[in-house]
Design a protein. Structure first.
Length: 684
């Protein structure tokens, strides 16, 4: 079956922003205007099509990335609506990893907020081209040009305004298209489905003329030939402007900026046009780089073509009540038919593709074949996890894995009966498969189960899902921070393992040097030996043994910020085994940790508090009492913005205290920064 949509007419995009900037509402309008929905859903009413989990409907927030496909101007748009809450940053990270372009939505009142900055920098890391949409222009305090300035100051972006608002707050009624030199008005009775172009109102003529000139000058500076043309003729054609904006956006030199009010049905269709005009197709990205797992991870590539060898990346796992497990994949190259087998190059094993599903949020359509550039789901893959590469069995490639945030909070959880405990562990494993930032540990002897995550809300949602989706009433302890430990001095340690295991002699010898690393560097293992001392086949066993030994340090917590150098080993015949080297290295690291003067580390978070000025003094005093450090106090409209760092352990229940201090008028957000030594070390 030939492909229905040419690869040049595919857009794989995501919507990213701070919580409550209007991502899901904008997506609902996309689906309405492209004919997918007969009436748009509303987040406030719990009827949003893309927020299909019960918790999403109740809380009015997006928790999981929902994928959907729709069509506009004969182009296929595969869209992922990502969460804005910092506890679900992993959803944004894995989405950005597989998307070609993104819409960054900013609130016309709040502007560039903390999570806006986080996701923006994640998009920078993955080199994802963006367009910006300043939403909620109908809200009290909305200021389009102030938000553009915030983009320059906070994000170091180069925004180019291609639309300006007609009116603001209650009087916001439409937008002015600077490229087409026209005003666009949206019909309220048809919920913006009908819209019309008119001449620019007289009172906005001078402003539109000025900003169009600024746009043209900015565009001309992107290309020497355009600049020469502009200097000679004093203007550029509509086609020249669109072409230059596209090239500038794809190279991440500029960000086209539009505006509107998705809730009031104003400005959404021009945003869809901008997606087609300025964001890349898979063909524009062209080449996707990975590694050859059989050739010492030599760099190799795949092209965005149906004729290249098949390759794809699994970026999300979702439990489904009918299909058990859905694996979301981005197809980078080649094509695949139902019934074919592919190789999971991370584990070196085959997976058979029994179904291919195109996704419309929680609705699914079975298709028989998939092509390069698509985003689809495969049900019931046995071995594939988030970040794994699927590829042609004879032409292997391994794409870089997705890096996720630290788990910095934990909570004890307990089932009512032993039978329910087994079900609880099964459910927790499903959740861990779905979300790489959620982990759990079970102690069979004590029966204790501890769950780990990046924030209180994430763990709260997990417990809520256990009750609703699996009818498991569980008891929970209070959330606690997840401590780490590190070492403060260098230690050399050797270990010679010699033991009979399962009637087989096992030998292993390793000598290591353990050193502390700067904060935030994690674990770094280096081999300062060569293959003449120890065949390379055993190096992986040593690496695994060291990592295993670092999971629980001398103080009882996972070890971080250490550098482990393997400085000596030996090999002497058949009795030296992988198991022997693994156990020797694990015991060597545990002994080294005991001697290396370990200290306890706690998570430190960045905090941003937005408050009316009259409460700032009390808020800062309270922050100081929690061991926090205020780094900056600035302005955002009529509000003061306090930024600083504070130990996460002192932030439990802070929302209640902040409401009390500010009469409910202040808000805050936190984000993990780094681990640092606990000021008052506990005695061990």
């Amino acid at each position: 079956m030939p492909r229905k949509v040419e690869i040049e007419k595919i857009r794989n995009i995501g919507i990213m922003a701070h919580i409550d900037a209007g991502k899901t509402t904008t997506t609902e309008r996309f689906l309405f205007y492209t004919g997918f929905l007969h009436r748009p859903g509303e987040v406030d009413e719990g009827t949003a099509f893309m927020d299909y989990m019960e918790q999403e409907k109740e809380r009015g927030i997006t928790i999981t990335s929902a994928a959907t496909t729709f069509f506009w101007r004969e182009h296929q748009i595969n869209l992922i609506d990502t969460p804005g809450h910092v506890d679900f940053t992993a959803e944004v990270q894995r989405s950005l990893r597989v998307l070609d372009g993104a819409i960054a939505i900013f609130c016309g009142v709040g502007g560039v907020e903390p999570q806006s900055e986080t996701v923006w920098h994640q998009a920078e890391m993955y080199n994802v081209p963006r367009i910006a949409y300043i939403n909620k222009m109908d809200r009290l305090g909305a200021d389009f040009f102030r938000v553009v300035e915030m983009m320059k100051e906070k994000l170091n972006a180069k925004p180019i305004i291609i639309e300006i608002p007609i009116g603001a707050e209650d009087s916001f009624i439409g937008v002015i298209d600077l490229i087409g030199e026209r005003a666009i008005y949206f019909d309220e009775e048809t919920k913006g489905f009908k819209y019309e172009y008119k001449e620019i109102p007289q009172e906005y003529y001078e402003s539109a003329k000025f900003w169009r000139e600024v746009m043209i000058e900015s565009v001309a500076e992107l290309d020497d030939q355009l600049l020469s043309y502009y200097l000679e003729y004093g203007t550029l054609s509509k086609e020249q402007i669109i072409s230059a904006l596209r090239v500038g956006t794809l190279s991440n030199k500029i960000v086209p900026v539009l505006c509107g009010s998705s809730k009031k049905y104003i400005g959404v269709q021009p945003l869809l046009d901008a997606v087609i005009d300025f964001l890349p197709s898979p063909k524009d990205i062209g080449v996707f780089w990975g590694y050859d797992p059989d050739k010492d991870n030599k760099r190799i590539s795949r092209s965005a073509s149906d004729d290249d060898y098949f390759s794809a990346l699994a970026f999300k796992i979702l439990s489904d009540q009918y299909l058990k497990k859905l694996t979301f994949v981005r197809i980078y190259s080649g094509k695949l038919t139902v019934g074919q087998s592919v190789l999971n190059s991370n584990v070196g094993k085959r997976e058979r593709i029994q179904k291919i599903l195109r996704l419309y949020a929680n609705r699914k359509e079975e298709i028989s074949e998939v092509y390069s550039g698509e985003i689809v789901a495969f049900p019931d893959l046995r071995l594939t996890k988030t970040g794994d590469t699927l590829c042609d069995e004879k032409h292997k490639i391994l794409f870089e894995k997705i890096q996720f945030a630290e788990t910095v909070i934990n909570q004890r959880i307990e089932a009512r009966t032993q039978q329910e405990r087994e079900r609880l562990l099964e459910c927790l494993q499903k959740f861990a498969d779905e979300d790489p930032t959620f982990q759990f540990k079970s102690d069979d002897e004590s029966g204790e189960i501890i769950i780990y995550g990046v924030g209180e809300l994430q763990l709260e949602i997990i417990v809520d899902r256990l009750r609703r989706e699996h009818n498991l009433e569980v008891r929970t302890g209070k959330p606690q921070v997840a401590y780490r430990e590190t070492i403060t001095r260098s230690v050399e340690q050797e270990y010679h393992f010699e033991k009979q295991v399962a009637s087989k002699n096992n030998f292993g010898y390793v000598k290591i040097l353990a050193k502390s690393s700067p904060r935030g560097k994690g674990i770094n293992i280096q081999f300062q030996i060569d293959e003449n001392i120890l065949p390379k086949i055993f190096w992986k066993a040593i690496d695994e043994g060291i990592r295993e030994g670092l999971q629980i340090g001398f103080l009882g917590y996972p070890v971080t910020d250490v550098e482990i150098n393997v400085i000596d080993s030996k090999y002497d015949g058949e009795f030296y085994t992988e198991l022997g080297y693994k156990i020797a290295s694990s015991l060597a690291i545990r002994e080294a940790l005991r001697k290396a003067n370990p200290i306890l580390l706690e998570p430190i978070v960045n905090i941003e508090i937005v408050s009316p000025e009259e409460y700032v003094g009390d808020i800062i005093a309270d922050l100081n009492s929690r061991g926090g450090r205020v780094e900056d106090v600035g302005h955002r409209g009529n509000y003061q913005v306090i930024k600083g760092k504070v130990p996460l352990s002192r932030m439990f229940g802070y929302v209640t205290q902040l409401r009390s201090l500010s009469q409910g008028r202040a808000s805050y957000s936190i984000e993990f920064s780094h681990y640092d030594s606990v000021v008052e070390q506990k005695s061990f």
